[in-house]
Design a protein. Structure first.
Length: 456
């Protein structure tokens, strides 16, 4: 009996491939050559081709690539050797490099070529056919498992059909799913391009394309819901019979996982496209039909492009409150807090002591008193006289504080001429301003001076 190894772990597979040194370095030239070889083999009765046939296939690639100064023969030799070194192309004859041989695509090369085929997409007919084939094959496997028998009978009638037929058919469905996803991605890009180029004209065609995809996915999801439940019941019955056969359990478990992926894919894609269909409808309604000539969108794009040269801002208008059919209780402005008495009793009272005025505040008070006493004042000259030992920061603070206090009591002259700049230090200059008390202003109407409490 054939010995079945345990299912390898993810870490074990990664380590094995890493140590094998397998690496792929493929460009457009190599991938196109692989696709051409695969297409050539599909039209022949054998799975290999000689070197002359390889060079004829590469001649088409060479015309497209136009690769440097190498000749076609040199470039073909290089590409064939490159694919052979990476395990994509296998030499299946027993000869050496002294004469031309026969080549075939390796399983890796075959998988790459099949993955590049765009026509392998999932349709309702192909999905329904494969699911019905799976149910029929699985029914035969269940009947053979219920009969029992020798190990040879179990392997030929149960294990091999499950591993070589069921799993391969599920893998084929998954490949077509990926092809359908790629086609839908290209369709989304096409819809975006149509909106950018044709705008209003593209609305109807884009809605029709999205509706067609939505109908297709709805049909696929309905087919999956119809057949997946039956397949799950059959696999569940087979898993009960596989208790006494350890080699069948991982195969059944893998089939169940693949089946769950199929069902999840159908539900997820149908939901995603339903949301995309709604987004397209909203976009057409709010943008395309609102601005059919694409003028507003064009102006906005142009303003955004010219923002660095001509900055602009948005003016917001306060909206009116919405009138409800029911009474809306507004929260009170002040909320009373209940503080427990034990906290109040435990906290000692602290006397509030006013901070002593600094010399900037004292200078402000002195300058206000000078204006009230003398009747006029030159602010910058007075600051320079009173703040002899002040730093530049203190002088700047004093000017910013004393100017509004002096303007409360005094006013400028009737004829304002350009005032000179006075240097207060090497780093600080200020333009002077002369004030005087208004004529006829009673003493009581003047603003009170800036009072400074002397510290005790």
């Amino acid at each position: 009996m054939e010995q079945h190894e345990e299912r390898p772990s993810v870490a074990g597979v990664i380590t094995e491939v890493w140590l094998s040194g397998c690496a792929l370095h493929l460009g457009r030239e190599e991938t196109a050559f692989i696709a051409g070889i695969h297409a050539y083999l599909q039209h022949t009765t054998i799975l290999s081709l000689d070197e002359q046939s390889l060079r004829r296939v590469y001649a088409v690639v060479f015309e497209l690539a136009n690769a440097g100064t190498d000749t076609e023969t040199q470039r073909a030799t290089f590409i064939i050797a490159r694919l052979h070194a990476q395990g994509v192309l296998l030499r299946i004859d027993s000869g050496g490099w002294s004469y031309e041989g026969e080549y075939a695509l390796s399983p890796l090369g075959m998988a790459l070529a099949e993955g590049m085929q765009n026509e392998r997409t999932l349709t309702r007919r192909s999905l329904e056919f494969m699911l019905m084939r799976m149910r029929t094959e699985l029914a035969q496997v269940l009947a053979a498992a219920a009969e029992g028998g020798t190990h040879e009978h179990w392997e030929m009638k149960v294990i091999f059909p499950m591993r070589d037929v069921m799993l391969e058919m599920m893998a084929a469905v998954e490949k077509r799913q990926l092809g359908l996803d790629a086609a839908h991605k290209r369709l989304r890009q096409r819809i975006t391009e149509l909106f950018d180029s044709e705008w209003l004209v593209a609305a109807d065609s884009c809605k029709e394309m999205v509706s067609s995809v939505d109908r297709t996915l709805s049909e696929l999801n309905a087919v999956l819901c119809e057949h997946v439940e039956s397949l799950q019941r059959q696999l569940l019955s087979l898993s009960e019979l596989a208790v006494s056969h350890a080699e069948l359990s991982p195969v059944v478990e893998r089939a169940q996982n693949q089946l769950l992926r199929l069902a999840a894919w159908g539900a997820r894609r149908h939901e995603d496209w339903a949301q995309y269909y709604a987004n397209v409808q909203i976009y057409i309604r709010y943008f395309v039909q609102t601005d059919p000539d694409n003028r507003l969108r064009g102006r906005l794009v142009e303003q955004i492009r010219q923002f660095q040269d001509r900055p602009f801002g948005l003016v917001l208008v306060a909206p009116e409150p919405f009138r409800h059919m029911r009474e809306v209780l507004k929260p009170e402005a002040t909320v009373s807090l209940a503080v427990p008495n034990d906290i109040l009793l435990a906290q000692g009272l602290q006397e509030r002591v006013e901070a002593e005025p600094d010399r900037v505040e004292q200078a402000v008070a002195a300058l206000v008193q000078r204006l009230l006493g003398e009747g006029d004042i030159d602010i910058v000259a007075a600051v320079r006289d009173i703040a002899v030992d002040f730093t530049d920061e203190e002088r700047f603070t004093l000017l910013s504080h004393v100017t509004p206090e002096l303007l409360k009591n005094g006013s400028t002259h009737e004829t304002m001429l350009p005032q000179p700049w006075i240097a207060l230090s090497l780093r600080l200059e200020a333009q002077t301003l002369k004030l005087r008390l208004p004529a006829g202003l009673p003493q009581l109407q003047r603003a009170p001076p800036f009072n400074v409490k002397e510290p005790e």
